[in-house]
Design a protein around this ligand. Structure first.
Ligand SMILES: Nc1nc2c(c(=O)[nH]1)N[C@H]1C(S)=C(S)[C@@H](COP(=O)(O)OP(=O)(O)OC[C@H]3O[C@@H](n4cnc5c(=O)[nH]c(N)nc54)[C@H](O)[C@@H]3O)O[C@H]1N2
Ligand SMILES: Nc1nc2c(c(=O)[nH]1)N[C@H]1C(S)=C(S)[C@@H](COP(=O)(O)OP(=O)(O)OC[C@H]3O[C@@H](n4cnc5c(=O)[nH]c(N)nc54)[C@H](O)[C@@H]3O)O[C@H]1N2
Ligand SMILES: [Mo]
Length: 773
């Protein structure tokens, strides 16, 4: 049975200070600017703050290490603003460019066991790691180690494995294209495809659904399309916090006459009203009302909603043929429409209302808006991808776009809004446990090697493999595996059972203190920092959420003289592992990143002439057949493919709630910037659970009461203690708590069908009054 309790690590944060105020109905504006500057000055000082923010997202500067939202492009006739960043981008940069440091004295003073008792917030706030450290077998403290010795230790451990498949190589989505390309090359040269990444927990469901429907797992719109749409449907996304620059885009679209539909269990501030800090009206006025229609859906009700919309559109088409369905497009470019239409002919309205929590009239109103739009864009993020039925849900969105011909034309399309700033680029470069055959063939040919074809483990399978002893060495290129993954207790057990854990990191995090028998921290340069190699200053390249590939140049002095780049770390490990005579000339790549880009150009589809094209002012856009020419060459049918799905939605037993885990306004995934969630009215605390007042009343729990969250799964209960119940206007039957505190509640086996993504947005929980023992 799985019935462990996870202790609340509150020793250093006084949660009794927690304050709950009224949630805000608007986002950004002056408080946003003030907060971003204050955080910058606190971490970097005044001069460094000014210099840093001036370079953020400018053509000669660095790509924001925050989200993957694109910057305006010259070719679209659009200008970049002097300040092309948001409050949360400024915070992301402040975190990286901080002057605080974690060096020898720090590790001498703190035993690993002490550090393990600290919160993620405390760990992250200690600052940048300044040199490599090792935790030797049986030791209580990390100690300094030279780079050479560190690579020797790792290479020896890897070589001693019975099979390369006993090693696991994780990637988080901040890694540059150059580093990602070399990393997957190293891993595959070593002999395994065990390349799990953060995408497995993020947009994997989007990739799976879109590949079936459109033949390519990426979004089909540009920023200019957003500006010219007449209807933008924002589903399962909180842009005010997680993609704040998207609000400026939406504001511009609205200025051009667009309507916005927001589908969300929460009335998120950024979706309701927006004050743009970058124009005067935004700062002094009441702000722009953003959503013209707000559908407060139940968690996991989106498949039911989009099926109902599909049903209505088809019915109206039958009444007035040729008015709704883009017949020409459907006939010429798609497959499976008849089956799709047949499946949606009948609809059980009471069940639809139960699943969505929305009244039929509102669904009809939304369907009418979609039916009359000429240029519709669908945007979505984790509210769709992290559900058991995420893949069919996203396919259903694609069905609507296909039916109305809303793909491959200006102002229309599908827009999965990516998270990490280069998560899409990492995939393009081959960081995927199941890269397609042609990519492998190209690698073999370019380097004269033979890389393995057998698929590797994704994130969830990697945890399983470590738990049962098949995975023995865990290497992470960035990220915070221990905190970001589900089922914290089991994941920690998995990592602790490894013979070695290695983390390439900028800052201290939980994964450094939940360690294998031997553990290494290899500190690296961040995106903002100067990277000078033998041939001179280097730049790297990244790909945004809209397939735009462009350069990023770090400009700040590195946090420490001992830091080396991610590229250098991979090259030196590669040479140590394979010797100087290896088919891959590892060390030459370190000296000159142009040489890496030449190889990317030869291997990665769409990247020909890479070195020249990434030097264009805005770089270049990768090909996307449906977007570029309405071709669907990547699907099984060679056409845009309608899919048929059975209705599915979460079933919640009486007396239980459905819990989603989400981000506060003051964190970047597992990096906690601060303890405030301004837009939701939370100050000085994170252990809160948002519950609808009627549900609280029904459950007999008072607003403000301290409760334990107990998740129920077929293998037993999981408990996260001591959360404050906060009465909040979320959809009935639904609750919300912050990630990563609530990750302990997500069962490892609760995953999305077809994408194996942890179901972080639908956890069946009961609330129990907390008893002090
Ligand atoms: N500042 C900041 N920026 C970030 C991040 C960060 O942590 N901080 N993280 C980055 C990353 S990696 C990612 S992936 C993105 C994440 O960006 P988001 O997906 O916006 O992040 P979440 O906080 O998980 O919010 C999920 C949203 O979906 C809604 N939702 C949840 N379940 C459902 C559902 O069943 N149906 C519908 N319709 N809505 C639902 C929630 O109420 C919430 O508004 O942001 C990126 N940008
Ligand atoms: N319950 C729940 N779990 C979730 C989610 C959820 O919504 N709910 N969201 C999921 C999603 S969408 C994602 S993307 C994952 C995120 O999972 P990860 O990407 O693994 O986690 P992060 O918190 O983004 O990683 C932060 C760490 O990255 C390191 N870092 C920062 N910058 C750099 C750099 O430039 N180079 C290197 N080498 N290291 C760097 C720092 O040491 C920092 O501590 O979490 C997932 N987990
Ligand atoms: Mo993500």
């Amino acid at each position: 049975m799985w019935g462990m309790t996870r202790e609340a690590p509150t020793n250093d944060v006084d949660e009794t200070r927690l304050e709950v105020g009224k949630p805000k109905s608007w986002a950004a504006g002056i408080p946003g600017v003030a907060v971003s500057l204050a955080r910058g000055v606190e971490q970097m000082g005044v001069v460094r703050t000014a210099r840093t923010l001036r370079l953020l997202n400018q053509r000669d500067g660095f790509d924001c290490p925050g989200c993957a939202w694109p910057e305006p492009r010259q070719v679209d006739g659009e200008k970049r603003k002097l300040a092309e960043f948001c409050e949360n981008g400024a915070k992301a940069v402040a975190e990286e460019a901080t002057k605080r440091q974690v060096g020898r004295e720090f590790f001498a003073a703190h035993a690993v066991a002490d550090l393990a008792g600290k919160t993620d917030y405390w760990l992250g706030q200690q600052g940048r790691v300044t040199e490599p450290f090792v935790l030797r077998e049986g030791a209580t403290h990390y100690e300094p180690i030279s780079w050479d010795d560190a690579f020797g230790l790792v290479a020896d451990e890897m070589t001693a494995l019975a099979s390369p498949d006993e090693a696991i190589f994780y990637t988080s989505g901040r890694t540059s294209n150059e580093a990602a390309f070399l990393y997957q090359l190293l891993v595959r040269s070593f002999g395994t495809n065990n390349l799990p990444d953060c995408s497995n927990m993020c947009h994997e469901s989007s990739g799976a659904a879109l590949t079936t429907s459109t033949g390519i797992g990426k979004g089909s719109v540009s920023l200019a399309d957003i500006h010219h749409a007449d209807l933008i449907v924002v589903v399962g996304q909180n842009p005010g916090t997680n993609h704040p620059r998207m609000l400026s885009a939406l504001e511009q679209s609205k200025g051009n006459g667009a309507k916005v539909i927001a589908v969300n269990p929460l009335p998120e501030a950024g979706l309701m009203r927006f004050k743009n800090p970058q124009n005067v009206r935004g700062v002094v006025g009441e702000g722009t009302p953003l959503a013209d229609e707000f559908a407060q859906i139940r968690l996991g009700g989106d498949l039911a909603l989009f099926q109902a919309v599909g049903h209505l559109l088809l019915a109206w088409e039958e009444e007035a043929p040729g008015t709704i369905v883009d017949r020409q497009f459907v006939e010429k470019s798609t497959h499976g429409f008849e089956d799709y239409a047949k499946n949606l002919r009948e609809l059980d309205w009471p069940e639809t209302e139960r699943a969505t929590g929305l009244p039929r009239e509102q669904i009809e109103h939304i369907a009418r808006m979609i039916a009359t739009s000429e240029r519709t864009i669908y945007c979505w993020a984790m509210g769709l991808t992290q559900h058991k039925h995420a893949v069919p849900t996203i396919s259903e969105v694609a069905n609507l776009a296909l039916m109305r011909g809303m793909i491959g034309k200006p102002g229309a399309g599908l827009c999965p809004v990516r998270g990490h700033s280069n998560v899409q680029g990492d995939r393009t470069m081959g960081v995927w446990e199941k890269m397609p055959e042609p990519f492998m063939d190209a690698l073999d040919e370019e380097f004269g090697i033979k890389v393995p074809r057998e698929h590797g483990w994704d994130t969830v399978d990697s945890i399983r493999a470590m738990l049962d002893g098949r995975g023995k060495v865990f290497f992470a290129m960035g990220g915070n595996f221990a905190a970001a993954t589900p089922d914290s207790e089991r994941t920690e057990q998995a990592l602790r059972s490894c013979s070695m854990t290695v983390h390439v990191s900028t800052k201290l995090n939980r994964s450094h203190v939940v360690h294998g028998r031997t553990a290494l921290i290899l500190p690296t340069l961040g995106r903002t920092e100067r990277d000078v190699q033998a041939s001179g200053p280097q730049f790297v390249t990244v790909e945004d959420s809209m397939s735009q590939v462009h350069a990023s140049r770090g400009r700040l002095a590195p946090a420490s003289e001992h830091l080396i780049s991610e590229v250098a770390i991979i090259c030196r490990l590669g040479e140590r592992l394979f010797g100087a005579g290896h088919a891959v000339p590892w060390r030459t790549f370190e000296a000159d990143y142009d040489l890496i880009r030449d190889r990317i150009a030869a291997v990665v589809k769409g990247c020909q002439d890479y070195n020249r094209r990434v030097r264009e002012p805005d770089g270049f856009v990768l090909p996307h057949p449906p977007r570029d020419s309405r071709e669907f060459t990547g699907t099984a049918t060679g056409k845009g493919t309608f899919t048929v799905s059975e209705l599915e939605y979460p079933q919640v037993p009486a007396g239980r709630l459905l819990l989603q885990t989400l981000r506060s306004h003051d964190q970047y995934n597992t990096t906690i910037y601060g303890l405030s969630d301004r837009y939701r009215g939370i100050e000085d605390g994170r252990r809160v659970v948002f519950v609808n007042p009627d549900d609280l009343a029904e459950l007999g729990i008072a607003d403000g009461e301290i409760v334990d969250l107990v998740s129920e799964w077929r293998d037993g209960d999981r408990r996260a203690p001591q959360f404050r119940a906060v009465s909040y206007p979320t959809a009935r039957g639904c609750a919300a708590a912050y990630f990563p505190e609530a990750n302990a509640l997500v069962p490892l086996d609760s995953v999305a069908e077809k994408s194996n993504t942890p179901v972080s947005k639908a956890i069946v929980v009961r609330l129990e009054p907390h008893h002090h023992d």
